[in-house]
Design a protein around this ligand. Sequence first.
Ligand SMILES: [Mn+2]
Length: 302
Amino acid sequence: VIHVFGHINPDSDAICTAFVTAHWLTGRGMDARAWRLGEANRETHFIFDTAGLTLPPRLDIPLQDERVWLVDFTEPAQGPDDLLRSNIVGITDHHRLGGLITQLPPEVHIRPLGSSATLLWLLMNAEARRTLPPTLAILLLGALLSDTVNLRSPTTTEDDIRLATELGVLSGVNRRAFARDLLTAKTDVSGLSAQLLLDRDLKAFVIAGTDVRIAQIEVSSPSQVATVMDDLLAALAYLADQSGAGLAVLMLTDIRAGFSTLYFAGRESVNAASCSVPGMLSRKKQLLPWLESRLNQNGSSL
Ligand SMILES: [Mn+2]
């Protein structure tokens, strides 16, 4: 059996696309099973509820020598602790390559698209697309609209726009209403603690030789997190301290106005506490290169 999963602290693309990837591999004659590597967020629950499907179970088996297929990540730090002792047989992803080493030659699909869902659709042959159940089309559409912030992120490509139209028809949902409700669920932070907000979309990277942790919170207005802002910054400082990371970054993204405010903690953040970057929506396409160039210029510090 091939175990299919996305990154830890999973977003909708990581869970929805892993689920459909397992279906696709099964159609190719393989025995595949989907998992999730953490709690699903409110948006992912909304997508599965709309599709009438049950979330895949949380991964709870050792991966030593098991065959695995990675979805939406390749950075070892974003997978389970025993990932590098597993046999990685395949990858579908749309992020930078982040230092993975495999036991055998894997089947690798990586392209700069708006979502892993888009890539999976491009990999499907005509028969697989034609026979895709509408419920699974809803999962792919949800993952695509989530990752691209309803096609507004600069990561959006022509393929993503075309796919959104095709999946809108195949899924049978009212796309406008689905996208609106999805973004409402995505930015619903009410009642969530600062610690949960920081942890639920936290990713680890090595950038210019520095261990960096980046949490992103997407809101439709920064006022949504005003009451927990002090706690968030305290949790960020604690994260940098406890993890030993040189730099911890909180990326607070206003998806309506289209900008991010960055907050920094850790020993490499000496020259900056925060800054706002107009037009910045994407961690992978905008923040990572921005950090890479800043850290390289200043000798590993901001
Ligand atoms: Mn993704």
